[in-house]
Write a protein that binds this ligand. Structure first.
Ligand code: BV8
Length: 244
């Protein structure tokens, strides 16, 4: 696999979604028992929802921060396989995740872009001060940057907000030789459009690793279906052995 006729391995871009963290005990969004089956995304994942009822949104993300801090929630074999790929692959590996958990970091991945933000960080709406915050957040807290009270929000990208580091992501997509999409339903843009960008502007291989075909499944040249903790390590093993 390479971006040109030479045998030199090319750069890899990996996109992950909530499915890669499912076997670690974190909920997905659109599966039958997913988050959006229990709460209205308009109420908790939009700026309008936060303006309307900030305490509801704080409670939503506080519950997810508490779950993520549960010692039972650990990176699984899929997270570990991606960290191994980054460590052993002879070219660049960029991991773009829609997930706001820190399981990729804890598995050892380094080149990570959290395009939808991070659950364990909060940001001041007044002065943009950004701080690591693994605990519960409320309107009573004050910003360490400007001292204002009640201006802190989750450092998370809501619907209608621009995802983070998009220029860096599109640069990497335009130069990759392999694009792998893992554990995402392919329903949220712009992430769901990455595979089309790769097909339009590169000759890269496109691979989907998912529990079941995603909405964009037909856009991928290859696919391997099953739980991420099985299909991702197997794919990485073949890639590193030169058999894929
Ligand atoms: C943007 C917050 C433009 C973080 C999330 C009106 C106004 C503006 C934009 C729009 C609009 N209407 C529509 C849009 C576009 C919108 C969008 O795409 N909407 C969809 C619903 C149609 N997108 C946006 O708004 C984005 N912003 O476009 O801005 C702009 C331009 C200029 C200037 C300013 C703005 C922002 C999108 C980000 C929204 N934030 N969440 C949080 O709380 O977590 S989105 C939410 O969905 C999560 O972030 C999640 O990451 C993301 C994608 O979900 P998935 O990860 O795919 O999870 P899902 O449950 O769907 O699927 C799981 C998959 O795993 C399944 O396929 C399942 O089969 C599989 N699976 C399950 N178990 C396993 C498994 N796979 C392997 N192994 C297993 N064991």
């Amino acid at each position: 696999m390479s971006s040109d006729t030479s045998t030199r391995p090319g750069n890899i871009v990996i996109l992950t979604g909530a499915g890669i963290s499912k076997e670690s005990g974190l909920d997905t969004f659109r599966c039958a028992d997913g988050i959006w089956s229990r709460v209205n995304l308009e109420d908790v994942a939009t700026p309008e929802g936060f303006a309307r009822d900030p305490e509801l949104v704080h409670a939503f993300y506080n519950a997810r921060r508490e779950k993520l801090s549960d010692p039972a929630v650990q990176p699984n074999a899929a997270h570990a396989a991606l960290a191994r790929l980054e460590a052993e692959w002879p070219a660049e590996v960029l991991l773009v995740t829609q997930n706001i958990d820190d399981l990729h970091e804890r598995a050892g991945s380094r080149e990570i872009i959290h395009m939808h933000g991070e659950l364990n960080k909060v940001r001041c709406q007044a002065c943009e001060h950004l701080v690591v915050w693994p605990d519960a957040l409320s309107l009573e807290h004050t910003c360490a940057g400007c001292g204002r009270k009640g201006t802190l929000r989750p450092h998370v990208v809501w619907f209608g907000e621009m995802p983070l580091e998009m220029e860096r992501i599109y640069d990497a997509l335009s130069q990759c030789s392999l694009f792998v999409s893992i554990g995402t339903s392919g329903q949220v843009y712009p992430a769901a459009g990455f595979v089309s960008h790769v097909r339009m502007y590169t000759r890269a291989r496109t691979v989907e690793l998912n529990l079941e075909p995603s909405t964009g499944a037909t856009l991928f040249e290859e696919a391997f279906y099953g739980p991420a903790s099985g299909v991702v390590p197997a794919f990485v093993e073949r890639l590193l052995a030169g058999r894929s």
